[in-house]
Design a protein around this ligand. Structure first.
Ligand SMILES: *[C@@H]1O[C@H](CO)[C@@H](O)[C@H](O)[C@H]1NC(C)=O
Ligand SMILES: *[C@@H]1O[C@H](CO)[C@@H](O)[C@H](O)[C@H]1NC(C)=O
Ligand SMILES: *[C@@H]1O[C@H](CO)[C@@H](O)[C@H](O)[C@H]1NC(C)=O
Length: 188
């Protein structure tokens, strides 16, 4: 298996679109998934139980000026949504959506004025990432998470938290072709 360690600060689409992304290192790579380490950084996040319908607008309003400094904050990519699926009957998945805080505001992000929105001190994250393309529905994220789970089990990866996963989207709704999505499982 080809093993490489790369320092990745910018990706091709980031250069093309000028959208800032969080830095990470790739620590391993297979045909179907990549292993990455994201250093500790601040994200702006909001939680909703059972649905994710209100999350994007709340975060968008934060970067559009709903913060104590009244300033606009640049949009970044990707948007991550932590899915916390329910194991039983008659309960639903919970969602926490997050935008990466741009480097210019990492040290001192403006405080959200909406009490549902908060600055998350995300610790260093070691993830297994599977990429897929097209407009992603919740089912597409669940299907890709299931596939990634099977690949990780088959590869003998241990210490992976399969109870939750990140659904990761890189593109605005206006991008029609070449859309990139990922699912991430966190290594404990
Ligand atoms: C990637 O790894 C190198 C070497 O360990 C480290 O110096 C660097 O800070 C890491 N970069 C990121 C973005 O984590
Ligand atoms: C979802 O959130 C609700 C409300 O906070 C909580 O009661 C429930 O246990 C959560 N479900 C899961 C699967 O975490
Ligand atoms: C990289 O992944 C492959 C496939 O799972 C595994 O066999 C190998 O030990 C991994 N290498 C490292 C350095 O983690």
């Amino acid at each position: 298996m080809k093993v490489f360690v790369a320092i990745v600060f910018l990706q091709v689409c980031q250069l093309a679109l000028g959208i800032e992304m969080p830095p990470y290192n790739v620590t391993n790579s297979t045909d179907t998934y990549e292993e990455r380490v994201y250093p500790a950084r601040k994200w702006v996040s909001t939680f909703q139980a059972g649905s994710d319908s209100d999350l994007f607008n709340k975060l968008f309003n934060y970067i559009d000026g709903q913060n104590d400094a009244g300033i606009k904050v640049d949009m970044t990519a990707p948007v991550t949504t932590l899915f916390v699926p329910c194991q039983g009957l008659r309960c639903a998945t919970n969602f926490t959506m997050s935008f990466y805080v741009p480097a210019a505001h990492q040290d001192n992000p403006p405080t959200p004025t909406n009490p549902d929105v908060y600055i998350e001190d995300r610790p260093e994250l070691h993830v297994f990432s599977r990429r897929f393309h097209g407009f992603a529905s919740h089912n597409d994220y669940f299907d890709n998470a299931a596939q990634l789970h099977d690949d990780l089990v088959a590869a003998g990866e241990e210490g992976v938290d399969y109870d939750t996963f990140y659904a990761v989207g890189y593109d605005s709704p206006f991008v029609i072709v070449g859309r990139n999505n990922e699912v991430w499982f966190v290594k404990k």
